[in-house]
Unconditional design. Structure first.
Length: 122
């Protein structure tokens, strides 16, 4: 396996783990009127991050890759937004896990932004 293939495999696993960890966090959030909306949006954006990354890896052209990777950037950033909402609305008692997942969302966003920007040399 080449270095690039290993990187792609690890990133696929990382984005999938991110979605699974988000689901686990959402299952233990405090109950409030906002919780169902926040969890729905967060689970949707976090799982879309990994799904669209996998689609980008299967892209048939540079343009298709760019389109999919742009979606990945948006969804990872949106996930970070919803994690910030959970923190600021005090919906979680798991502060360390919330911080870890926020950091992970930020790191995924940065990695994908770099991939997006390097696609067309921007």
């Amino acid at each position: 396996m080449t270095k690039k293939e290993l990187f792609i495999k690890n990133l696929k696993n990382r984005t999938k783990k991110f979605a699974v960890d988000i689901i686990a966090l959402c299952d233990i959030l405090k109950n409030s009127k906002a919780t169902p909306v926040v969890t729905y949006q967060l689970i949707k954006s976090s799982s879309s991050t990994g799904a669209n990354y996998r689609a980008a890896c299967r892209a048939r052209s540079k343009s298709e890759f760019f389109s999919k990777i742009c979606i990945v950037v948006e969804e990872a950033d949106e996930s970070e937004y919803w994690l910030e909402i959970i923190k600021e609305a005090n919906l979680s008692n798991k502060k360390e896990e919330l911080m870890r997942l926020t950091k992970e969302a930020n790191e995924i966003t940065k990695i994908m932004t770099k991939a997006k920007n390097s696609t067309y040399g921007k």
